[in-house]
Design a protein around this ligand. Structure first.
Ligand SMILES: Nc1ncnc2c1ncn2[C@@H]1O[C@H](COP(=O)(O)OP(=O)(O)OP(=O)(O)O)[C@@H](O)[C@H]1O
Ligand SMILES: O=P(O)(O)OC[C@H]1O[C@H](OP(=O)(O)OP(=O)(O)O)[C@H](O)[C@@H]1O
Ligand SMILES: [Mg+2]
Length: 337
């Protein structure tokens, strides 16, 4: 079912590479499932957001499209964003931590370069070779900016596909590329330099500044996207725990929880009376929002507080009063008007 309402804004999503599938999974987890009628088409819709048209592009092209305003929003890796965003401020970062696509952009050298463990060691290496070092990279701006900090003759060699084979094949001396597990480096007998990391990257949401400044509907779409993203990300680390606890009053049950549990929920436990038959003991139902990694200690605490029948449910969203990143976006828009 394709939604027929005219779009008010456009977003570009990664069409290939590791970010492609993970972006669709992230949006789905946010409640914004992308519906693509034909796998070969480059357009799609998000039925939850009828005003938003979805396009698919290569991660690097997404940044260029957002920069020149041909799309309003994009999701790409922060490494690619920093490489392509330019310096005129047209690309606004709305969210820099979507929680997937994590990797580092870093320099790596052949394992057998025993005399090179830090960036500065490259200077002596180049002197010994008597020629500039060839650095293979898909990030010439970021790599070049870092190399400029050293008194080092170098040539940037742009390459497509797998860069890690470049030193072995012989068309570069070292590489500057993304690393996550490090497996590709190890497989190709390369080693990271100790101070060779340029930046930590993960999937991020960007927008065209002009779109947000001149089109209220695009600005409203930014708010809606940030609401969903932030509420989902805040919720995903938490679980909702319900326990039945015997007690005299809501206050005494709360006191039992405070005595035995480190966790008190978002504001404090919510405690409601369980309706029982006349003459039976008083029971209360306590609800706590608990970080996933503290679930077990919380359950132990609730048991110690007299709790039983503990039920644990996932939390879909936690909405704040207003998404902090939306406020930050408004401030950034106001600053450079
Ligand atoms: N191993 C990885 N783990 C996490 N994210 C990664 C990994 N490799 C690449 N990425 C992310 O994917 C994005 C690059 O996407 P992609 O792999 O499609 O492009 P590319 O391979 O650099 O370019 P090309 O279009 O030339 O293949 C970057 O933002 C990068 O951070
Ligand atoms: O440290 P690792 O976990 O080994 O990840 C790093 C590798 O991941 C990326 O390639 P990808 O597999 O996405 O293929 P690509 O070369 O087509 O981009 C990147 O270009 C590295 O080669
Ligand atoms: Mg890649």
């Amino acid at each position: 079912m394709l939604n027929q309402s005219p779009p008010v804004a456009r977003i570009s999503l990664p069409s290939k590479g590791r970010l492609a599938e993970d972006s669709l999974a992230f949006l789905q987890a946010c409640g914004l499932t992308v519906y693509k009628p034909n796998p070969r088409q480059y357009e799609a819709v998000i039925p939850t957001l009828p005003g938003l048209k979805v396009l698919f592009q290569r991660p690097a092209d997404i940044v260029v499209s957002v920069r020149n305003g041909s799309v309003d929003f994009g999701i790409s890796g922060m490494d690619v964003i920093e490489e392509r965003r330019g310096s005129n401020g047209d690309v606004l970062v709305l969210h820099d931590a979507l929680g997937y696509g994590g990797c580092s952009l870093a320099f790596a050298v052949p394992e057998e370069w025993d005399d090179v463990t830090r960036m500065n060691d490259l200077v002596a290496r180049a002197a010994r070779l008597g020629r500039p070092l060839g650095v293979a990279t898909k990030y010439p701006i970021l790599a070049g900016r870092r190399l400029e900090k050293y008194a080092l003759p170098y040539t940037l060699i742009s390459a497509e596909g797998t860069l890690e084979t470049a030193p072995a094949i012989g068309y570069a001396d070292l590489i500057c590329d993304v690393v996550s597990s490090g497996q590709t480096l190890r497989d190709n007998h390369l080693r990271l330099l100790e101070d060779g990391v340029i930046l930590q990257s993960q999937a991020s949401l960007i927008a065209n500044r002009g779109s947000l400044q001149t089109r209220p509907q695009a600005l409203e779409m930014a708010r809606v996207l940030l609401e969903y993203f932030e509420a989902h990300l805040r919720a995903s680390g938490n679980l909702s725990v319900y326990a039945n606890i015997r007690g005299q009053s809501p206050e005494t049950v709360a006191q039992q929880i405070f005595t035995h549990c480190n966790i008190r929920g978002l504001q404090g436990p919510t405690i409601s009376r369980v309706i029982v038959a006349e003459g039976e003991q008083c029971w209360y139902d306590a609800n706590l929002i608990v970080p996933r990694d503290q679930l077990f200690t919380t359950i132990q605490g609730l048991r110690a507080a007299g709790g039983s029948g503990v039920v644990v449910l996932p939390v879909t969203y936690i909405f704040d009063e207003e998404p902090p990143r939306y406020k930050a976006m408004l401030a950034a828009l106001a600053k450079e008007d």
